[in-house]
Design a protein. Structure first.
Length: 285
């Protein structure tokens, strides 16, 4: 890997591939530069150098005290053979300072709105039946309030809301509302979501969770009685008679055993097992 060997100076233009960066300009050099000591480690890491650099990016951000070795040799950095004028350096710094002030103002406004909504929720009469407390993210407080809200929304249905592990809840019930119905109630207690692209859980703090509790993971599991399964089968065969011509109407027991996956429904890209499951998911008990 090529190591940039020239001396950095105020105005040296650089480019960084990290999301917050982009094109930038070195506006301060601290210490003595030792480019000949810079080495790459395994094509990824870097070592050596003794100077520190301050870089202002044209997108309005600033990075300070960057290691000389990082900027000279990291795969994420490229040093351009260009030097900005003093006027360009000053303009970039002023732009970054203005942008930083705007970002801080937006953060203050968001924090004020968050605090105001927290206070509104705490005293809102429509939520007086819910519990408030300090334990907001373990799932304990959220479980109590989810039970209360589900009981109010679906009084004829018995729900099991239990804590599976820290920050993880499981909700189970028989027939009654669909999983989407219950998610509409419980989903507001979710503390964030798992991002598959970044392979990490992303927290999303909300005023609701700050007041009434939250859990990182909330799973819903609706169990189906034989009567509801029979209703779903009947609905499916009545609504799509042409697709099931020549297919014997299955029993509840066959569906519960999962033995209908081998039966493909003509004209549709699903098995009979999948079709019944989809119908069940949209059928209220």
């Amino acid at each position: 890997m090529t190591v940039f060997m020239k001396q950095f100076q105020v105005g040296t233009r650089v480019r960084c591939s990290l999301p917050y960066a982009g094109h930038g300009i070195v506006f301060a050099v601290h210490g003595v530069q030792v480019p000949e000591s810079v080495r790459t480690i395994g094509g990824v890491g870097v070592s050596g150098g003794s100077a520190r650099l301050d870089v202002v990016f044209l997108n309005g951000t600033i990075s300070r005290q960057l290691s000389e070795a990082l900027v000279r040799a990291s795969v994420q950095w490229r040093v351009l053979d260009e030097v900005a004028t003093a006027e360009e350096v000053q303009a970039a710094i002023e732009h970054a300072n203005t942008a930083q002030a705007e970002r801080e103002a937006i953060k203050r406004e968001a924090a004020a709105q968050f605090a105001a909504e927290v206070e509104r929720l705490k005293s809102a009469p429509e939520y007086s039946h819910l519990v408030q407390g300090e334990d907001t993210y373990s799932g304990v407080l959220a479980a109590k309030n989810i039970r209360a809200m589900l009981k109010l929304a679906f009084p004829a249905v018995k729900f099991s809301v239990r804590k599976k592990s820290f920050g993880s809840l499981v909700i189970e019930w028989l027939d009654g509302p669909t999983e989407n119905d219950v998610q509409a109630v419980a989903g507001q207690f979710r503390a964030g979501h798992y991002c598959g692209q970044e392979e990490a859980y992303q927290h999303e703090k909300t005023p609701w969770c700050a007041v009434f509790g939250a859990a990182e993971y909330i799973s819903v599991c609706r169990h189906h009685s034989g009567e509801l399964i029979e209703r779903a089968i009947a609905k499916l065969f009545n609504d799509l008679p042409g697709n099931f011509d020549g297919i014997e109407r299955p029993s509840v027991e066959q569906y519960e055993r999962g033995s209908l996956d081998i039966i493909r429904v003509p004209g549709l890209a699903y098995s009979l097992q999948q079709m019944i499951r989809q119908t069940l998911n949209g059928t209220h008990g």
